[in-house]
Design a protein around this ligand. Structure first.
Ligand SMILES: C[S@@+](CC[C@H](N)C(=O)[O-])C[C@H]1O[C@@H](n2cnc3c(N)ncnc32)[C@H](O)[C@@H]1O
Length: 207
């Protein structure tokens, strides 16, 4: 996919500022503490997760299709204890053999992936049987009034947020693509306007 100037030059800087906000820290910490074995992170962005991987993770491969993210992600590499292999790739076409990973991680990325079902199938393909998807994602609210805002804002927000959708029913789509959701918390993140701040945090298993 060809990326424009906003996507490559401006959006990574906005993301670097917004993704290190303190409200996300305990959520990233608690999610990534569960990572184990060979890990694949989908959509590394500016590398905000790297410092939260526990030292027992033997290898971390992280992909993102936007080359504009790479310099910022590299600048965060040294903050972590796990060595990271960065690759430019899209979740829909993962350049890895089947059953290569134990854990797949996605934080605030499934909102932006253009072909979500295809991406979830690819993630299922590259993970081993019994392997897990750890996710922390924002998406569709259960409240009708908030959903109306999400549906109304998404066509405009998609441009500002580099493809981000506010209204994806994340847990349902994960299940539809044959992942078994075994743990799920849904909540509004305090301090974030509701259309942007309805979160899904959980674990899904390849069974
Ligand atoms: C809101 S950012 C989140 C970044 C990071 N995961 C975090 O938690 O800070 C969304 C990321 O998804 C990436 N992305 C967009 N389309 C993608 C795709 N098809 N496959 C993988 N990543 C994608 C974007 O380039 C961007 O880095």
């Amino acid at each position: 996919m060809k990326r424009g100037w906003y996507s490559r030059r401006v959006f990574p800087k906005l993301l670097n500022w917004s993704m290190v906000q303190s409200g996300f820290i305990p959520l990233r910490q608690s999610l990534l503490a569960q990572a184990s074995g060979a890990v694949l992170e989908i959509g590394f962005g500016t590398g905000a997760n790297f410092k939260f991987y526990p030292s027992h993770v033997p290898s971390l491969t992280a992909i993102d299709p936007n080359p504009g993210m790479v310099p910022l992600a590299r600048s965060h590499l040294a903050e972590g204890v796990v060595s990271v292999h960065l690759a430019l790739a899209s979740a829909e076409w993962l350049p890895f053999p089947s059953t290569s990973f134990d854990t797949v991680v996605s934080t605030m990325t499934l909102c932006s992936v253009p072909h979500l079902s295809k991406a979830l199938q690819e993630m299922l393909r590259v993970v081993k049987l019994g392997g897990r998807l750890l996710f922390l994602e924002h998406g569709e609210s259960p409240d009708r009034s908030v959903r109306r805002w999400q549906d109304g804002l998404t066509p405009v927000w998609k441009h500002l947020g580099d493809g981000c959708h506010l209204n994806r029913p994340i847990a349902e789509v994960i299940q539809e693509q044959c992942w078994k959701v075994t743990a799920l918390d849904r909540f509004y993140l305090p301090g974030v306007p509701k259309p942007f701040g309805y979160f899904y945090q959980g674990v899904a298993v390849k069974s």
